[in-house]
Unconditional design. Structure first.
Length: 308
């Protein structure tokens, strides 16, 4: 099966044992990597644009080293990839400084030809996020919605994760208008209580369920940090999956991304929603015990072997 991840991958700077290290990461890209590492039988495609500079080439090489299919990773002749630096506090909570205003990924839609869009209809599932929406050039958003509609009509399942980053938006209304449009087209939604609290003031999962009731999802997965994950199926039946909190939190970067990638991989391979959550939560819990968005491949391989 073929899984597409639409978004942006940037160069990542992080301190490890006092030494500044370079890597590459971005929310949907991280999900693409963790899906492929955990379910190597699935084809993981990253849909984005990079520049023609040396750093972009390094990012492309990294994607290929992770067995990510780059068929839909385009090269812009005049742009470059973005850059960000991770800061973590004593509890492992992260904050970021970004340099991405002129990144190639913002121009993704102008790089897609009609043949590319037709080829994308072969994807079985596509994930995009609130960050995917925020970084696109505003004039390209109508093209993006038309692309998603075309994919959905062809049978591709559409998945949306809000993953709200306030700094990327002019205001809350700009974000919520696009998020609600995304909920309209999504078959699977992966929202978090924290984002709904910030945008709508919701305090409970029940408020999210009520708010999203008018939308038609095949599966709704509501994340709430270390608390239980709430599942709502297409019939509206609600269930909870408890989580075991991690005590040794080093860096929460990419926790949700790892969860999304592994959940979707398990979902596509036919596991029950509860089993999908359990496997995804174990992988996310492992990731936050390591610095940076994408953990060492060998260490992660040992985890995958233990939960296979």
């Amino acid at each position: 099966m073929r899984v597409g991840f639409i978004g942006e991958c940037m160069a990542e700077l992080k301190k490890v044992n006092g030494v500044l290290e370079e890597g590459f990461a971005g929310d949907t890209f991280n999900s693409a990597v963790y899906l492929k590492r955990t379910f190597p039988q699935l084809d993981s495609y990253f849909v984005s644009a990079v520049g023609s500079d040396a750093l972009s080439k390094e990012m492309l090489d990294f994607a290929q080293s992770e067995s990510i299919n780059t068929r839909f990773l385009f090269t812009h002749p005049d742009k470059h990839i973005g850059l960000y630096k991770i800061y973590t506090d004593a509890e492992g909570e992260r904050s970021f400084t970004y340099w991405r205003n002129d990144s190639a990924a913002k121009c993704l839609m102008s790089q897609l030809t009609d043949d590319d869009k037709a080829s994308m209809t072969a994807l079985d599932l596509v994930l995009f996020s609130g960050i995917s929406l925020a970084i696109l050039n505003t004039e390209d958003l109508p093209k993006f919605w038309r692309l998603l509609a075309k994919l959905k009509e062809s049978g591709t399942k559409i998945v949306f994760d809000m993953n709200h980053r306030p700094a990327l938006w002019k205001g809350r209304d700009d974000a919520t208008a696009l998020y609600e449009k995304a909920f309209e087209i999504a078959d699977v939604a992966l929202p978090g209580l924290e984002d709904f609290n910030f945008l709508y003031g919701f305090e409970t999962v029940e408020e999210i369920i009520n708010f999203l009731a008018p939308f038609s999802f095949k599966q709704l997965v509501i994340k709430n940090g270390a608390s239980a994950v709430t599942l709502v199926d297409e019939k509206g039946e609600v269930s909870e999956v408890g989580l075991t909190p991690v005590t040794n939190v080093v860096d929460t970067t990419s926790a949700g991304d790892a969860f999304n990638g592994v959940f979707l991989g398990a979902y596509l391979t036919g596991e029950s929603p509860e089993a999908c959550v359990n496997k995804a939560a174990k992988c996310a819990g492992f990731v936050i015990q390591h610095p940076g968005a994408i953990v060492d491949k060998k260490a992660y391989a040992d985890l995958v072997a233990s939960i296979a």
